[in-house]
Design a protein around this ligand. Structure first.
Ligand code: AMP
Ligand code: GLY
Length: 349
């Protein structure tokens, strides 16, 4: 089969590396990808508008598309390509809401008793501020939309919280004016990603990423500065509880008449009351993927196809520790220079 991977980061490179080993993949294509990916896959170029992606799929007889990032999914790439006979391993627009809308994800967890932080949703400044005054810091304010890891604010004072509420409700710096305010949870975080189709799930190995920009877990949140897998503090009991929570989530969506196909990422915190979910993503995590996928020794593409055909899937997992470190350009996650060749950057430093 011919496969197209969409996206051009470390996550997609790790995905291509594994897909490339599959005997079922005839030609692996990438679109506008980074040079590392182009060394292992056929590079396609041009617009990433859905009609152009469809044209490329027809031109190159692509059977399966695997989108890396949430933006393709939230914009409905699955809904767009599927009627043309192209299989997309990723949720449709409705199901992608689990990442796109924090409010939707929280409502789902509340309704189906999936442990998460207590919260309220607000769509105007004054009630949001009033609620915050009833809470103790740190305050957790989440903008209700896709924000590339920058939509969550952990604030130590009410003054800081007012600035964030002002940016969202008064200055309208974001696409929607809705926030989720939730209790701050204390505990270690880990990421649990599963593959889903027709209610069947295939768990991938657990990973832990580090979101803050500087050493020793300091500074603003980023998409993730590094990760490792396996995660020793996730013992068997925690693992089983977390797996049940992911299964309950998939079942909850089914009961809401939302069919889910693709990767589903649960962001967990291990609190003193047990695991709680703080976020869902409708895709593989980055940088978690870079340490999870190298552990998979089975034919990964074959596993995806089996899952899509409603067959049982068992993955063979390497038990060695995998560690990934992210190199970021100066200024990240605010404004920073892009497309610096890594070798050149290292020489300049
Ligand atoms: P999210 O995008 O919801 O995962 O949030 C990004 C990061 O913010 C998480 O990985 C946590 O480090 C932190 N965070 C989010 N929600 C909470 C919470 N309720 N309590 C403590 N930390 C949180
Ligand atoms: N590493 C966190 C994420 O992929 O959202």
């Amino acid at each position: 089969m011919n496969v197209l991977v969409l996206g051009k980061g470390g996550r997609e490179h790790a995905l291509c590396t594994l897909l490339n080993k599959s005997k079922t993949v005839s030609t692996l294509y990438v679109l506008n990808a980074n040079p590392g990916m182009c060394a292992i896959a056929e590079k396609l170029t041009g617009s990433e508008a859905f009609d152009h992606i469809l044209w490329l799929c027809k031109q190159h007889k692509i059977d399966v598309v695997i989108p890396g990032g949430e933006a393709y999914l939230a914009a409905g790439i699955t809904d767009y390509l599927t009627p043309h006979g192209i299989t997309v391993f990723g949720p449709n627009k409705q199901a992608a809401k689990i990442e796109e809308s924090k409010a939707f994800a929280k409502e789902l967890m509340k309704k189906y008793n999936i442990p998460t932080a207590a919260y309220e949703t607000f769509d105007s400044y004054s009630p949001a501020l009033k609620y915050l005054t009833t809470k103790k810091p740190p305050y957790v304010v989440k903008y209700d939309g896709l924000a590339l890891g920058k939509g969550v604010f952990i604030l130590d004072t009410l003054e800081e919280a007012k600035v964030v509420l002002d940016r969202i409700f008064v200055k309208e710096e974001y696409a929607t004016t809705k926030v989720v305010i939730e209790d701050f949870l204390v505990g270690k975080e880990y990421s649990f990603i599963i593959m889903v189709h027709n209610g069947r799930i295939v768990p991938l190995p657990i990973a832990k990423d580090y979101k803050r920009i500087f050493d020793n877990d300091q500074g603003p949140n980023t998409g993730g500065m590094g990760a490792f897998s396996p995660v020793p503090f996730v013992d068997e009991k925690t693992y089983n509880t977390s797996k049940t929570m992911m299964e309950k989530t998939v079942e909850a969506m089914r009961l809401e008449n939302i069919s889910y196909t693709g990767f589903l990422y649960g962001g967990f915190i291990l609190t003193s009351e047990g695991p709680k979910i703080i976020e869902f993503n409708c895709r593989l995590g980055d940088p978690e993927t870079e340490v999870i996928l190298p552990r998979i020794q089975s034919d990964f593409f074959e596993a995806i196809i089996k899952l899509l055909n409603d067959q049982e899937v068992a993955l063979t997992i390497d038990q060695q520790t995998h560690l990934g470190v992210v190199l970021a350009a100066n200024g990240y996650p605010e404004s920073y220079q892009k497309y610096i060749p890594i070798g050149e950057y290292r020489l300049k430093k």
